[in-house]
Design a protein around this ligand. Structure first.
Ligand code: XMP
Length: 513
């Protein structure tokens, strides 16, 4: 594999994913791993990630110079670039100036293996305080920025290179090309890995870990848990039982899709629990978003625990619980390195402390689009694999105000129209998801037929995103928006106004609660 050494940056997983996108297998390792331990993994190359530390900080993670003697190609990014410079005999200066955000990279060496034949000026994404002031002996300096005289260097003979900016983020022009050049041209690694190989490796790893123990998995109807369960089912067959909790906050047709299509495609054993009454009574009178999330999370766990206990009794014990946790969930719930909790996502934070299961999270290192590829490999129905993300708390967090049965009916009807029209227009693949939000406590005046109406607005929140960590509002065709608007106001009597959310994330989150 290509090892991405994590110096505590949010970017390490993103780098690993970009490497996989370049058809090279990659995984993240902690910076505490010794050079000998890294070399023992027979890495095809090592990438040193960015990190929040300054090389001058007391406890800054260091790089053992032995790394560069091991004959392994090394690419340094941001902090990794500076640490590399320092370890190889260059110098890093505390400039006192921070360069943060978009800046312009000037390519100064037209022969540079990493940067040749690219535009001479590239928009790139920077985030650093210190800067390399003297390149290590034997390295050519190949680019600069206004604040950073040494912004890229390389020694292709020794298969070493580095850049001060972040080529892995989408805002850096030709970033993926630069990574590819390091991997293929400098390190000489062939582009021959496919995501199908994750399948083979994971199935073997899961089989080994689980042995002949019994496993359960909660299905949500979404692609993550569906893929996680199908993967584990591929590994251990009917040792797995799936539980689908219908919390009454699902969209139209979702329960049927799981009970019928998914089971038909996978042959998985499925137990459905209809708990909608229970969730609705627990949600009565609740309109605060975090209270809603916690209430739904708590009830979900109770219902799930009861179902699990019944299965355990029937199966003679259950040891493992499968979860479809993805990398962005881990980061956003504060599980990443030093990142803040934004919302309590109930598939990560809400597990009971006295849980007696061991967790199996086969998707923990993957991003959504990688999970979709894996689902396709597993033969899941295309509609399920392409399905847009839908939050665990369901329509409960898309009704602004108290959640009631009537309001759920209204939102379900509007949502079904939006989904049908978007699919008919062929735009599903262009957008990440489109929450439809009911402003249940808001009313506005309208006119329909000859009469005055006093109805509720619904909000369309179509967003484009790569991984849900950031998002932009999608520029859907006006004609499509118009069709959606006139169908909703015509067919859903309680709604007399349709509005479009044009906020990016940040500052807005994707969901309204
Ligand atoms: P936000 O609203 O935080 O959403 O920008 C980011 C992505 O996560 C989904 N989401 C959730 N998924 N449980 C989930 O499984 C949750 O509690 C939850 N909250 C938000 C949201 O739909 C978007 O794709």
């Amino acid at each position: 594999p290509v090892l991405v050494v994590d110096f505590g940056a949010q970017y390490a997983q993103l780098i690993a994913r970009r490497v996989r996108e370049a058809s090279v297998y990659s995984e993240v390792v902690p910076s505490t791993l010794s050079v000998a331990e890294m070399v023992a993994k027979s890495p095809a190359a090592i990438i040193l990630s960015g990190g929040p530390a300054s090389v001058y900080a007391q406890d800054a993670p260091r790089i053992d110079p032995a790394l560069f003697e091991a004959g392994v190609p090394v690419f340094g990014i941001c902090y990794g670039f500076q640490a590399m410079a320092q370890a190889l005999g260059g110098e890093v200066a505390q400039t006192g100036r921070r360069e943060y955000g978009a800046t312009e990279l000037a390519v100064t060496d037209p022969e540079a293996a990493l940067l040749r034949d690219l535009p001479e000026r590239l928009g790139v994404w920077m985030s650093h305080g210190d800067a390399v002031s003297v390149a290590p002996p034997g390295f050519r300096v190949t680019a600069t920025t206004p604040e950073t005289p040494i912004a890229a260097f390389e020694d292709p003979e020794r298969k070493l290179a580095g850049v001060q900016y972040h080529p892995e983020v989408a805002h850096s022009e030709f970033g993926q090309e630069v990574l590819r050049r390091f991997l293929h041209d400098i390190a000489g690694i062939p582009a021959d890995w496919t995501p199908a190989e994750i399948l083979t490796e994971q199935v073997a790893a899961i089989r080994e870990r689980i042995g002949d123990a019994k496993v359960i998995c909660g299905l949500s109807g979404g692609v993550d848990s569906a893929v996680a369960a199908a993967l584990v089912h591929r590994a251990v067959g009917d040792q797995l039982t799936c539980v689908f909790v219908d919390h009454g906050l699902l969209r139209a047709g979702e329960r049927e899709q799981v009970e019928r299509d998914y089971v038909a495609a996978t042959g998985i054993r499925l137990v459905t629990v209809d708990a909608s009454e229970r969730f609705l009574s627990a949600l009565a009178g609740v309109s605060d978003p975090e209270t809603k999330r916690k209430t739904i999370g708590r009830e979900f766990i109770r219902v799930f625990e009861r179902a699990a206990a019944e299965i355990a009794e029937a199966e003679g014990g259950v040891k493992y619980l499968v979860q479809g946790t993805l990398y962005p969930d881990v980061v956003e719930s504060g599980g990443g390195t030093g990142t803040a909790t934004i919302k309590s996502h109930h598939n990560v934070g809400g597990l009971p402390e006295d849980m007696t299961f061991e967790l199996v999270e086969p998707l923990r290192l993957l991003f959504k689009d990688e999970v979709r590829l894996l689902g396709a490999e597993l033969g899941l129905p295309p509609a399920m694999v392409a399905r847009h993300p839908f939050p665990g708390p369901g329509l409960g967090i898309r009704i602004i105000g108290e959640v009631t049965r009537d309001r759920l009916q209204i939102l379900r009807a509007a949502d079904a129209i939006v989904r049908a029209e978007m699919t008919a227009a062929g735009v599903d693949a262009q957008i990440w998801q489109c929450p439809v939000v009911l402003l249940a406590d808001v009313r506005s005046v309208g006119v329909q037929g000859d009469g005055r109406t006093y109805g509720h607005p619904v909000v369309l929140r179509p967003v484009s995103s790569e991984d849900a960590m950031t998002a932009d509002w999608s520029r859907l065709e006006y004609d499509l928006l118009a069709r959606i608007s006139s169908r909703i106001t015509g067919e859903v009597t309680e709604v007399n106004r349709v509005v479009l959310d044009i906020t990016s994330k940040p500052p807005g989150t994707i969901e309204w609660e």
